[in-house]
Design a protein around this ligand. Structure first.
Ligand SMILES: [Zn+2]
Length: 257
């Protein structure tokens, strides 16, 4: 037969779809190979080599074999961490799905992505261990770090339009397609964004994720970084709507129904 040898290593399950009567196509994030789509033969049938392993966000030891094209083969997936704590609570589960979509979406295919992998695994570990919902700085830090590790670091300390430093107390705006915060005078017509919000998000971007669990965030455009990610991906983040509805139950987005 020949072909490339199988290699075993850690990976996080980004999702899967059924394929045919017996198989599944599984998307994984691996530190060494980035985002990989692979065919798991028999995963719908015997399930022996995949039992309980293919749920979203799980960390597995994956035995991967390169295929002819983009689609690799998943010969075996052994569950390492099923994130059972995070699955006890709808908000934490929604945050886990959001972290998976964020880091998985920004990861390149078939390129090493150790930092996005490490960030996603850390986010899942922390969500699993929490006993209550995290403060808003946790999600902002996650978004800002994921963008940074994808080479798209948001500009929060300088104006993304003119390049001058943003000073405390200044009235700012945010332009996702320009890559970050701007002087409001540099972005006429946009709503104001408090400088304290931009400073807090920049601090969250630089702090370890575990230090952000209990931190709130000053008022600001709560989905500005998500919009940067969506602009880069060219599509909406599917997990954002449920998360938004859970975080802001008094004002669900009108298109949720
Ligand atoms: Zn400016």
């Amino acid at each position: 037969m020949g072909g490339a040898p199988a290699r075993t290593g850690p990976a996080i399950v980004l999702g899967h779809v059924d394929f045919g009567e017996r198989d599944r196509i599984v998307r994984l994030l691996s530190p060494d190979h980035g985002r990989v789509a692979c065919l798991a033969r028999g995963a719908r049938g015997s399930r022996r080599r995949f039992v309980g392993a293919l749920d979203l966000g799980n960390r597995v030891q994956a035995t991967l074999r390169p295929g002819r094209g983009e689609l690799w083969h998943l010969d075996e997936a052994v569950l390492e961490d099923g994130r059972t704590g995070a699955r006890q609570d709808l908000l934490r589960l929604s945050l886990l799905a959001y972290a998976v979509e964020l880091c998985g979406g920004l990861a390149r295919e078939h390129q090493p992505e150790p930092r996005l992998y490490g960030l996603l695994d850390m986010a899942c570990l922390l969500l699993d261990a929490m006993t209550a919902a995290p403060g808003a700085a946790f999600r902002a830090g996650l978004e800002a770090k994921a963008l940074t590790f994808a080479g798209l670091a948001p500009t929060l300390a300088r104006c993304a339009a003119c390049g001058e430093a943003l000073l405390p107390g200044e009235e700012l705006a945010f332009e996702p397609h320009k890559g970050g915060a701007t002087h409001r005078a540099c972005s006429p017509g946009l709503p104001p964004v408090p400088a304290a919000w931009a400073a807090a998000v920049e601090a969250a971007r630089r702090a370890p994720l575990r230090e952000l669990i209990d931190l709130p965030l000053p008022p600001g455009p709560g989905w500005a970084l998500a919009e940067m990610v969506e602009g880069h991906l060219g599509r909406p983040l599917q997990s954002r709507r449920l998360l938004a509805a859970l975080l802001e139950p008094a004002t669900p987005s009108p298109d949720l129904r």
